[in-house]
Design a protein around this ligand. Structure first.
Ligand SMILES: [Fe+2]
Length: 196
């Protein structure tokens, strides 16, 4: 007998991150969001407590345009790196364009959180962490294959947000946001992308 063992860990999911090391528009962005929140009711999706804007709110808000330009720049750059060695690269460069399907703002006030959810109908999803008071809720990715819980034990991946960092991930990856145990507002901007 001559036993030789080998192994492969298969089907990973890619999460891409880009940090804006300056993030010099943070204060004005937070100010804009909190003012907008005062004047507009929350929608109810995965959020428990807190406030969430309606999707594509920015289209009727000309004053958000300068922020949108910067956010789109970060999205484009992140996807550019993300797609580098993927089939996605060929799709984007061969007559297809990356399209922003939806974007919305989350203000998780103290005591609020987001249930586990996915973003159906899109290819990629993402989040820009704008304001993160310590202990205001980690971002938790969950393995879509729940049986990995019993095999590899790698079914949860926890991310501590940093302000100015954007994460992009496959829209099918379940995720949730932990309870905001701080005394401040946790603010993020979420979005969905597809190729057209
Ligand atoms: Fe989400």
């Amino acid at each position: 007998m001559a036993l030789e063992y080998s192994q492969e860990d298969i089907f990973p999911a890619r999460i891409g991150y880009t940090i804006d090391k300056e993030f010099d528009y943070k204060d004005s962005l937070v100010e804009w969001i909190l003012k907008y929140k005062e004047d507009n009711p929350s929608v109810k999706v995965s959020n428990v407590g807190g406030w969430q804007s309606r999707g594509n709110f920015y289209q009727e808000e000309e004053s958000f345009r300068p922020f949108m330009d910067k956010i789109w720049k970060q999205i484009s750059s992140t996807v550019d790196n993300y797609a580098e060695d993927l089939e996605l690269r060929h799709l984007i460069t061969n007559n297809h364009v990356l399209k922003l399907m939806n974007i919305w703002v989350n203000v998780n006030t103290p005591g609020s959180f987001n249930h586990v959810h996915v973003h159906p109908g899109s290819l990629l999803s993402g989040v820009l962490w704008v304001q993160y008071p310590e202990k205001s809720g980690h971002f938790i990715f969950r393995d879509p294959n729940t049986m990995n819980n019993y095999c590899l034990g790698l079914n949860v991946h926890e991310v501590v947000p940093t302000e100015g960092t954007m994460a992009i991930f496959p829209a099918f990856v379940p995720h949730n946001v932990d309870l905001n145990e701080s005394e401040g507002d946790r603010i993020s901007i979420s979005f969905n992308l597809d190729i057209d």
